[in-house]
Design a protein around this ligand. Structure first.
Ligand SMILES: *Cc1c(COP(=O)(O)O)cnc(C)c1O
Length: 403
């Protein structure tokens, strides 16, 4: 720290932190002491975990471990370089092929993370003079990538097909010749609801746009063999750029873009997050491939059956409308009330995070409950009892039911 400066970095940072704190928005890290699973230890206390995206419980699956260790024996740990230098090892190519086969697309390209996939692919495809139209609730990485691209941005209210159509009409009328890219998720990460994909496909085709779909919370959970919502709706072939992550239901780490082999070749040449970044450790690639194999197997089907039984069970205990995914948002509204409710649940042994601004809009703070195939009926019944005892949620009952 420079004692002679009135504007030392720490002074600036502290005032920023105070400002965040004054709005009740301070966030802190809290490590788990042990693996990612329904029962976790945090700060020496056993908690029932209802906050993980490990929907199928694959993060601790013994076969992922075996696959990772076998790959470690075969090729070591780090990949040593970016994919285009000498960091493409057999495990990376095998993973890319496995993703393409799983997604039933001609090709796929894996990335180090979902964030990197979006940041690489979107600005590779669209730039200045193009138009990107995205759903208001799109994940931060999609928004950041759209901004980075330099394209004109138009946002439509969440799942609002009329507004999407008017943006599409505007784009094709006012920007003839521009590329138009529609960006959306299939399952929204903080609301757990589904996008009207069939209608969106129809609209983007009518107006000559392309579709970039992020299936982060649908892969493994929805669709035949867990291929996602586009598969379930039978319109996967109409979505030019299909993104998904390997770190959620697939229990590993990384992400992919699936599409034509031309798309893959183009991204290898143009996606900067792919080109200028060391490729993932090979044991991670091997674990991802194993996870896809399990998700697509009869074992994957039975894990999905168990997951959906769990979802329906909690839904009936809370008398809420049938959730569209493994994510159940219990909207409280006020930021502090959400944080307090989450803290009270923590005292009672439940890990249910409060999600607030800037992750969701101001005044729509919520508890975000996620379920996995590894939860037991008993786990779910305990959570339901604790939620029934929660004052903030009782007050918010009407909005809960409206969702
Ligand atoms: C988690 C998530 C991402 C980011 O993926 P990571 O692999 O965690 O970087 C992207 N999009 C959506 C919708 C997500 O939920």
């Amino acid at each position: 720290m420079n004692p002679h400066s009135d504007y030392s970095l720490d002074k600036f940072l502290l005032s920023g932190l105070e400002e965040i704190d004054s709005r009740g928005l301070t966030r802190r890290l809290s490590a788990l002491d042990g693996p990612q699973q329904p029962r976790v230890i945090q700060n020496g206390k056993e908690l029932l975990n209802f906050s993980s995206n490990d929907y199928l419980g694959l993060a601790t699956h013994p076969e992922l471990k075996t696959a990772a260790m076998a790959e470690w024996e075969r090729s070591g740990f780090g990949s040593g370089a970016s994919r285009l230098i000498c960091g493409t090892l057999a495990a990376h190519e095998e993973l890319d092929r496995a993703i393409a086969e799983f997604k039933q697309t001609p090709a796929a390209l894996s990335f180090s993370s979902g964030y990197a996939a979006a940041m690489g692919a979107i600005p590779a495809i669209c730039g200045t003079g193009d138009v990107i139209i995205l759903d208001k609730l799109s994940h931060a990485c999609l928004v950041d990538a759209a901004r980075l691209s330099g394209a004109l941005l138009r946002v439509f209210p969440h799942n609002d097909l009329c507004k999407l159509e008017s943006h599409l009409k505007w784009a094709s009328a006012k920007h003839p010749g521009a590329k138009i890219l529609v960006i959306a998720e299939s399952i929204y990460s903080m609301d757990g609801d589904r996008a009207p994909l069939r209608e969106m496909v129809e609209l983007k085709e009518r107006h000559g746009a392309w579709f970039f779909l992020d299936e982060a919370h649908a892969v493994g959970v929805i669709g035949r063999q867990g291929r996602g919502l586009a598969d379930e709706e039978g319109i996967a072939d109409h979505i030019e750029i299909q993104m998904g992550t390997l770190g959620k239901a697939l229990g590993s780490h990384g992400a992919y873009i699936a599409g034509t082999s031309t798309l893959r070749k183009f991204l290898i040449n143009r996606a900067r997050s792919f080109i200028f970044s060391t490729s993932p450790p090979v044991p991670v690639a091997a674990a991802s491939r194993k996870a896809i194999e399990i998700a697509a197997s009869p074992e994957g089907d039975s894990l999905r059956t168990k997951l959906w039984e769990n979802i329906r069970h909690l839904q009936s205990l809370l008398s809420i409308k049938v959730p569209a995914s493994a994510i159940l948002p219990l909207v409280i509204g006020n930021e502090s009330a959400a944080v307090e409710t989450s803290a009270r649940l923590l005292d009672q042994g439940f890990l249910v995070p409060a999600i607030r601004f800037p992750t969701v809009a101001k005044g729509s703070a919520r508890l975000r409950v996620t379920l996995t195939a590894s939860h037991t009926r008993f786990d779910i019944e305990s959570l339901a009892r604790a939620l029934h005892g929660s004052a903030a949620l009782k007050q918010e009952r009407p909005s809960l039911l409206a969702r």
